[in-house]
Ligand binder design. Structure first.
Ligand code: 5GP
Ligand code: MN
Length: 343
């Protein structure tokens, strides 16, 4: 038996909202990943089956490695047409906010989402959700928004609407947020839900293969990053990879090409924190991963205006790469000093 995220009151409230709505907008965090895109597409499929006019608006372009997902090409990108996005939001009867816990996570779309008067429903698994939604379904104990969404759909009595396509989208987010069930995956519910999705007809093997397909440039970029750009910090307890714009461009980099790279240094026995910095047009993107009790969410919140989860978090640095590296070194030393002082 899987857990039930919705109490009776919320089932009623959400069921009524969905029943009376005809125009539904679904959005997720900027730089959407497999969980953000997977949960958005899954919910969109179910709502369309219920004859709702559902549309996904992502704050920026979703990564191309997810293009195999059913419905991917129908995703509307906010930055490609802001005026039309405003029109869609004006017409919405509900806005679903998936896989984010704070308005600022929709980046350039923040003001438009904040001023939208339609009822908002959050389904998310990040710590400490901001209260900007009319219904907040949030549990940081869930490994992905996708697994939480599956449970929400069950609580709403919509399980029969989960077809093979929807199941593939849900499974994708469950796999990408746990490294194909290799970390943050000790909750037995994950396997119960995955078994149900397999019964819907998904090919999990093929899905993971699709998620990981890389062209030569992508593979060489990831190899270069590890062999040439990785250094060890804090007496070998931390690893840092940096990639400048120039280096990224030399491999014809496109968004999402380094997905998963930050996890690799954790394969080293003594490494408990892995950091990846890469230059984006407006800032340096910070990505962190950790093992066990090491809380990179805290480090990213305090030093990089970011957040996430205990073992996977991110943030931003505004300034040159050398300064970003110094800040990473200082913040890791400080955090590990504190941890050591506490043991
Ligand atoms: P990634 O390193 O894959 O970009 O992100 C890992 C986790 O941290 C995800 O849950 C993501 O939502 C969160 N995250 C990444 N960047 C940011 C950020 O700039 N701000 C916040 N609040 N969370 C972030
Ligand atoms: Mn997620």
């Amino acid at each position: 038996m899987i857990s039930h995220p919705l109490d009776r009151n919320n089932v009623k409230k959400l069921s009524q909202l969905i029943e009376t709505a005809s125009e539904v907008i679904i959005t997720c965090h900027v730089k959407p990943d497999g969980d953000a895109v997977g949960s958005s597409l899954a919910l969109c499929h179910v709502l369309r089956q219920l004859d709702k006019n559902a549309l996904i608006i992502t704050p920026d372009t979703p990564p191309r490695y997810l293009r195999f997902l059913p419905g991917f090409k129908d995703i509307f990108v906010f930055t490609s047409n802001k005026e039309l996005s405003q029109e869609f939001l004006n017409r919405a009867d509900i806005v679903f906010c998936l896989d984010f816990n704070s308005l600022s996570r929709v980046d350039q779309m923040t003001d438009m989402l904040a001023s939208c008067t339609a009822p908002k429903v959050m389904i998310d698994h990040h710590i400490a959700p901001e209260q900007f939604c009319d219904i907040t379904i949030s549990s940081h104990e869930e490994s992905s928004t996708c697994v939480l969404l599956y449970k929400v759909l069950c609580d709403l009595g919509l399980k029969p609407m989960i077809d093979k396509e929807t199941a593939a989208c849900i499974a994708t987010g469950m796999m990408t947020d746990t490294g194909n069930l290799s970390y943050n995956c000790n909750d037995p519910d994950i396997y119960t839900v995955m078994a149900e999705l397999l019964r819907c007809g998904i090919d999990k093997v093929k899905l993971w293969e699709n998620i990981n397909i890389k062209n030569e440039n992508q593979l060489r970029l990831n190899g270069f990053a590890i062999s040439q750009q990785m250094k060890l910090l804090c007496e070998g307890k931390a690893a840092l990879i940096t990639l400048t714009r120039e280096q990224l461009d030399s491999f014809n980099y496109q968004k999402g090409d380094t997905e998963g790279l930050v996890n690799i240094p954790l394969q080293m026995e003594n490494v408990i924190i892995s950091v990846f910095l890469h230059e984006e047009p407006r800032f340096i993107k910070v990505s962190m991963r950790s093992k066990g009790d090491i809380d990179v969410n805290l480090i990213c919140e305090k030093n990089f205006n970011g957040g996430g989860h205990k073992n996977a978090a991110g943030g931003e640095f505004h300034g040159p790469m050398q300064e970003a590296v110094k800040k990473v070194e200082k913040s890791l030393e400080e955090y590990l000093g504190i941890v050591q002082a506490n043991v």
